[in-house]
Design a protein around this ligand. Structure first.
Ligand code: FMN
Length: 359
């Protein structure tokens, strides 16, 4: 088989190493993004929970800390307004709120989809790169991004989604395997059909699309990066591996349980946000066993569980936190600055390459 010729991602994004620190809303900070970009990778910031003002401020902060390329990220879809009885959510939360000394949980108010105002702020700020998940922006928005000179990438969990993204005009596709930590990006087809591992998904996407492919899901070290490149990926997007960085905004207990994870306790759940996401099993996930179909739709379940998650983070209580992590969690390292993690990864790439080629 002849590999399709695609522009090198390093030329496209202007990065030195094939390492993309994944956007992780709530956990990625301007400091983390800048540290990764300054070390020759691509730092990314998850912005779906930010107001336009916060978006402008965060991009300004990143620019003050680095003159290298960086990536900003939004949820381009996934907001659901179907009617669901909030009874189960309220019953479960009532028990937890009582235990944590919080007031009665309330049914979250209807929401306004924030995407348009967020993307307007991003286009105005013109970051070098914009990535998205949970669907794709409409044609007019893709055109505006292109006209603003912003490089784009979208998340695919199947070959079908990758093709849809390419038809929409993305410059690169993130192939997100089922090992990945955090939310599944699936937007076309059923979540069960889209649970395809990185090893199987990446080469199929590479064979079918004409743009560079970025591998995501379960990649924790240089071995994984080299393996992804052997499958045809131009770079690896790593989330869980970067959660331990000093610059990440992650409760101490979350970092700790990552490293203590036995590896087989990482599951897909809708308990925290209403959308399928991968994290370490805890009491809140267990409380939903057998009744996940009764969560509120995204993002209402996320709003409903916010006070509980905030209280648990303050108390370093792992039982009620969303401990997002990929299936590689047990390979997480001791806490360290992002610059050191980048150094270690670059060294490991060299070692893994040598062991593959025997040179
Ligand atoms: C804590 C956490 C939060 C995440 N938030 C986002 C996000 O805001 N936007 C996004 O596109 N992907 C998000 N992801 C998914 C990552 O982009 C990526 O697909 C995933 O981390 C790769 O798998 P890994 O965690 O095994 O490296 C998140 C992942 C984690 C672990």
């Amino acid at each position: 088989m002849v590999m399709p010729v695609t522009p090198d991602l390093r030329d496209l994004f202007g990065i030195e190493h094939p390492i993309i620190q994944a956007p992780m809303a709530g956990s990625t900070t301007p400091e983390l993004v800048a540290a990764v970009s300054n070390a020759g990778g691509l730092g990314s910031i998850g912005m779906w929970m930010m107001t336009p003002e916060q978006i402008r401020e965060a991009i300004g902060k990143i620019r003050a800390l680095t003159d290298r390329p960086f990536n900003v990220n939004l949820f381009a879809g996934g907001w659901e307004s179907r009617d669901v009885d909030p009874g189960t959510t309220l019953d479960i939360l009532r028990r937890v709120h009582k235990e944590l000394g919080l007031s009665e949980p309330a049914v979250p108010a209807p929401f306004e989809v924030p995407f348009q105002a967020q993307i307007d702020a991003i286009i105005e700020a013109r970051p070098p790169m914009f990535s998205f998940t949970f669907g794709m922006p409409d044609g007019a928005t893709m055109k505006r991004l292109k006209e603003a000179g912003i490089t784009t990438s979208g998340t695919a969990t199947t070959v079908t989604e990758a093709k849809l993204l390419v038809d929409a005009g993305v410059d690169a596709v993130v192939a997100q395997g089922s090992e990945a930590g955090g939310h599944r990006g699936t937007f076309a087809g059923s979540i069960d059909d889209a649970m395809i591992g990185t090893m199987a998904l990446v080469p199929q996407v590479v064979d079918e699309v004409s743009v560079p492919v970025i591998a995501a899901g379960g990649i924790m070290d240089g071995r994984g990066i080299v393996a992804a490149m052997a499958l045809g990926a131009r770079a690896s997007q790593m989330g869980t591996a970067f959660l331990i960085c000093d610059e990440a905004s992650v409760p101490a207990v979350h970092r700790k349980v990552l490293r203590q994870s036995p590896g087989e306790n990482v599951t897909i759940t809708r308990a925290f946000s209403g959308r399928n996401a991968r994290g370490i099993v805890n009491e809140f996930i267990d409380a939903w066993h057998g009744q996940e179909d009764r969560t509120l739709p995204f993002p209402l379940q996320n709003v409903a569980t916010r006070d509980m998650r905030a209280a648990a983070a303050t108390r370093d209580d792992p039982r009620y936190l969303a401990l997002w992590a990929g299936q590689g969690a047990a390979l997480a390292r001791e806490p360290m600055p992002a610059s050191r993690l980048m150094q270690e990864l670059v060294q490991e790439i060299e070692v893994a390459r040598a062991s593959v080629t025997g040179r």
